[in-house]
Write a protein that binds this ligand. Structure first.
Ligand code: ADP
Ligand code: GLC
Length: 490
């Protein structure tokens, strides 16, 4: 199958969160299965061209924007650990800036930047003579391609047999633009914007809704989130649009790339390990505790270590922590390492706890890929008390590393973490329901109860490590969806 994948982030080139992990891992898996995939993303100023061997091509794209034409040049590179050629759209005006989206509320011209990316991606496919069976786009940034395909490009020979599949990673970000400008830049007929139209939500152009309404199939990143966004406020106001597309809305559970996330081969770790030699996980724990200057505890009874690697946003439930952690630290029950970047108020709240309990909590701020691997390997528990969570990847990394997740039962967390039952000895982690400090504290207490208590502790960790959340499975599920969207041509 020919797959054109267009997104604002692709790991390892440009990453803010899990979206990049998925758009980096899927092409590798599809290509290994014999599909022809063309991943496209902007050439942001922050992308390290030398490190990734990204070089210019002679292709120049003419991109129609409103009544004028703009130009983009094209760069290529090879996706690490694959033979997939990645295409980078270069426009100095739009993408040569620090950051991907811009701080806080984003750059003022994100509507124009991403509309340009969308239109440039169609032109690129033509320029390289790639006829996609499916165009797969992700989140609001590239959602408008679903409408561009329907109202414009499918009427041209190059895309006459192309289907559009749109994947929602997070309903919280929808791309609400000024309507006149967005319709114009997208090349959409002005008269098609009216109250209740496929582009409109509360008087604004809504890129997310546009993607949902125009795509042949809509997917989101877990089955539970697919339900939540239709029937609960997690739909963030677009429940109606999602219900309208119910018959074409499917949850495709995320997966992880075991080339990148496997404790047996992870070059970031002090010592690699497998489910059969979990003692080596202890070596990683001691190394990280020392690195972070945390109390090692007594050798005979080392304290459990809890980890978190996260964007600092309300989504991740960090606001519960000030009412939960001090009690565990006062009782000297646990150590904790948090790596986070994002909202300064949440960072300050965590920093305040870290200053009060320097022996117990280490807070690292900023983005640090290597440290994120070491935290996963060193920790005994991984905390993810999300307010909402479309899927979540870090709890999957944790399980692969024998690190026991403590999660709120929402979205993909409910689909991937099974509560450990000490009687049947089944399960992979600990869950709680209400978004309250009490419910989270109780789950942590339950989790700590099995720490080093055999046979539970080893069984639980080995079970978590044995779960198959591989990207290969996810990639094949997407191919099924693509086939439903674009039936094989006779
Ligand atoms: P989300 O996409 O909502 O942030 P996911 O769990 O799907 O949540 O993916 C988050 C990804 O970003 C993971 O790969 C995680 O390791 C990574 N990550 C988040 N914050 C940081 C950070 N501060 N430093 C390094 N990696 C981070
Ligand atoms: C979003 C979601 C996260 C999901 C990721 C990748 O950022 O917040 O839950 O895992 O996308 O799909």
């Amino acid at each position: 199958m020919n797959i054109l994948q267009v997104s604002a982030e692709v790991a390892p080139y440009a990453k803010v969160g899990g979206l990049a992990d998925m758009t980096g891992a899927l092409p590798r898996a599809w290509s290994a299965d014999g599909h022809h995939v063309v991943p496209v993303l902007p050439l942001y100023g922050t992308i390290d061209r030398e490190r990734f061997g990204i070089t210019p091509t002679s292709i120049v794209l003419s991109v129609a924007c409103s009544t004028w034409t703009e130009y983009a040049t094209v760069y290529t590179g090879t996706l690490p650990d694959s033979d997939v050629t990645v295409y980078f759209i270069r426009s100095a005006d739009y993408f040569d800036r620090p950051g991907i989206y811009g701080y806080h509320d984003g750059f003022d011209d994100n509507d124009r930047r991403f509309m340009f990316l969308c239109r440039a991606a169609f032109e690129l496919a033509k320029a390289i003579e790639f006829r996609p069976d499916v165009i797969h786009t992700h989140d609001y940034h590239t959602a408008p391609m679903m409408a561009m395909l329907t109202v414009e490009y499918r009427h041209t020979p190059h895309f006459s047999r192309t289907a559009g599949v749109f994947t929602i990673h997070n309903m919280a970000y929808q791309g609400m633009y000024e309507p006149g400008r967005a319709m114009d830049l997208g090349g959409f007929p002005a008269q098609d914007f009216y109250p209740g139209s496929w582009y409109e939500h509360h008087g604004m152009f809504n890129a997310m809704k546009t993607g949902i309404m125009f795509a042949q199939k809509v997917t989101t990143v877990s089955p539970t989130y697919a339900e939540e966004i239709r029937w609960t406020p997690e739909g963030m106001g677009l429940q109606g649009a999602l219900q309208a597309r119910s018959a074409d809305l499917i949850g495709v559970l995320n997966g992880i790339d075991t080339n990148v996330w496997s404790p047996a081969t992870d070059a970031h770790l002090a010592v690699p390990y497998t489910a059969d030699d979990l003692a080596k996980k202890e070596v990683n724990k001691r190394a990280l505790l020392m690195e972070c200057g945390l109390d090692l505890g007594e050798a005979s009874a080392p304290l459990p270590l809890m980890g978190m690697v996260t964007r600092l946003t309300e989504q991740k439930g960090l606001q519960l922590l000030p009412d939960v952690l001090p009690s565990f630290f006062e009782r000297n029950l646990v150590r904790m390492v948090v790596l986070g970047s994002g909202q300064s108020d949440l960072e300050e709240a965590l920093a305040t706890i870290a200053r009060r309990y320097p022996q117990h909590l280490f807070l690292a701020t900023g983005y640090d890929e290597s440290l994120s691997h070491r935290i996963q390997a060193a920790s005994d528990y991984y905390l993810m008390p999300s307010l909402f969570e479309p899927c979540g990847l870090t709890q999957l990394f944790a399980m692969a590393y024998g690190t026991i997740p403590i999660v709120r039962s929402v979205g993909g967390l409910a689909d991937t973490v099974e509560e450990y039952d000490p009687v049947s000895m089944r399960g992979t982690g600990f869950r709680f329901g209400p978004f309250t400090a009490d419910a989270l504290s109780t789950a942590i207490e339950r989790a700590l109860h099995v720490y080093r208590r055999e046979p539970h502790w080893t069984t639980l960790r080995q079970q978590a490590m044995a779960r198959d959340y591989s990207i290969e499975r996810t990639a094949r599920h997407y191919v099924d969806v693509f086939s439903w969207a674009a039936p094989p041509q006779s």
